[in-house]
Design a protein around this ligand. Structure first.
Ligand code: MYA
Ligand code: JJ1
Length: 388
């Protein structure tokens, strides 16, 4: 059934539940001299290209490929529309490799027709910190689907990751592959219910009118927690300590240092927003919340072309209850004109989703590791990792 995935070092469906298999790498690293030195062969009309995300032109080509061909919902009403600034941020974290930003062009026209990326990360699985690649933005142009290009792209990114002496990867997908470490549910909190209903993102509930619905989702004009403010550069050490301590409770989580926190969490306009609570008395940083910006194109609506969505990222509560912290996150997102606030049921998110009027979506997100077996599948609440 999975002609490609059956050949890869990933947990296979037939192994699910076999507790005799050890946790850890599925196959050992090979000497670097044994890693294939030349790129895999593409069908003759196509050629490899390394995408220089520093270049405005290349970044625009990638942006356009994804804008027109990337992930859609199951009814093809919405398509992710990652911004250029977001792609630059997502693809150039500390220690990134340009060689992991891989494109495929048509030889004749030089048009970019496919893409896949990796970025380096340290991911902790129980008490082992493992150097991994986070694989994302796999995309094949709609006109070139089902030609088995994706397996070649996955093999090529794997080869280039191996050349950096890295042997594991983490990735997410909306489709089921061999085999998820966990499956998470998307939840959605309406901020602009009228627009969401108008574009078909949500529906008017039973026995609900538009005005009752608008009232139901109303939020205060400004955050309620004293000492709630935007994160700044000077907060990086305190936020790093807070986050490292918080993430230590999850089975799978990133191992962030201060450079990672500066890159992934310092606010960047229309890319990532982070807030914290500084105690008005002690000036201690006690709580933290963040979300990233990922709009979706609305396919075929006369009035609206984009849905502005915030996605819950990393949140830490030690003093302010998580529910209250996330309520303030909703308030600032509403003030910044987001239409919807999305979250997965990862970490401790279940504790606020229902109370803050999130509803379950029709989408799921499956999490995977490459060449690393985990003994049993995890609960979403055991996962401390959010991929973009
Ligand atoms: S997830 C986002 C994926 N992108 C989209 O959904 C955008 C819209 N769709 C497309 O662009 C295409 O449909 C794609 C497939 C490109 C997805 N992950 O070429 P094909 C398998 C992994 O004929 P196409 C993200 O970015 C499929 O099961 N495999 O199919 C994370 C079949 O294999 P098998 C997938 O539809 C990506 C084979 O591909 C996915 O033209 C992580 C068919 O190939 C998928 N999302 O193209 C990648 N979808 O026969 C893995 C289909 O065995 C990284 N397939 O079932 C692994 C780690 C690598 C690094 C390791 C380092 C050590
Ligand atoms: O956004 C998603 N679903 C929406 C829209 C559904 C439109 C019809 N299919 C949804 N809306 C209901 C909201 C409602 C608000 C009031 C309370 C009740 C709920 O459910 C879904 C997630 O739910 N998104 C997708 O399907 C997009 C793809 C998700 C897989 C992503 C793969 C990621 C790639 C990894 O890098």
């Amino acid at each position: 059934k999975h002609k490609f995935w059956e050949t890869q070092p990933v947990g296979q469906f037939k192994e699910v539940g076999d507790s005799s298999l050890p946790e850890g790498p599925i196959e050992p690293p090979t000497p670097l001299s044994e890693v294939k030195q030349e790129p895999y062969n593409l069908p003759t009309p196509y050629e490899w290209t390394t995408c220089d995300m520093d270049s405005e032109d290349t970044c625009l080509e990638v942006y356009n490929l994804l804008k027109n061909n990337y992930v859609e919902d199951d009814e093809n009403m919405f398509r992710f529309n990652y911004s250029k600034e977001f792609l630059r941020w997502a693809l150039r974290p500390p220690g990134y490799f340009r060689s992991w930003h891989i494109g495929v062009r048509a030889k004749s026209s030089k048009k970019l027709v496919a893409f896949i990326t990796g970025v380096p990360a340290r991911i902790r699985v129980r008490d082992e910190v493992v150097r991994m690649a986070e694989i994302n933005f796999l995309c094949v142009h709609k006109k070139l689907r089902s030609k088995r290009l994706a397996p070649v792209m996955i093999k090529e990114v794997t080869r280039r990751v191996h050349l950096e002496n890295i042997w594991q990867a983490a990735y997410t997908a909306g489709v089921v592959l061999p085999t998820p470490i966990t499956t998470c549910q998307y939840w959605h909190r309406s901020l602009n219910p009228k627009k969401l209903i108008d574009v078909g993102f949500s529906r008017l509930g039973a026995r609900m009118t538009m005005s009752r619905t608008i009232k139901l989702y109303k939020l205060p004009d400004s955050p309620l927690t004293p000492g709630f403010r935007k994160m700044e550069l000077r907060d990086v050490p305190a936020v790093t300590r807070l986050l490292r301590n918080y993430l230590s409770q999850f089975v799978v989580a990133p191992d962030f240092d201060e450079d990672d926190v500066e890159h992934w969490l310092l606010p960047s306009e229309n890319v990532v927003d982070s807030y914290l609570v500084e105690s008005p008395e002690t000036h201690e940083i006690t709580d933290f919340c963040s979300f990233y910006t990922l709009p979706s194109s609305i396919l075929g609506n006369q009035t609206y072309s984009t849905l502005k969505a915030a996605y819950s990222y990393y949140n830490v509560s030690t003093k302010t209850p998580l529910l209250q912290l996330m309520n303030d996150a909703l308030i600032v997102a509403k003030q910044k004109d987001y239409d919807v606030f999305n979250a997965l049921d990862v970490m401790q998110n279940e504790s606020f989703l229902k109370e803050l009027k999130f509803g379950p979506g029709d989408g799921q997100l499956h999490y995977y590791l490459y060449n690393y077996r985990v003994r049993r599948d995890l609960k979403p609440s055991e996962l401390g990792l959010v991929l973009l």
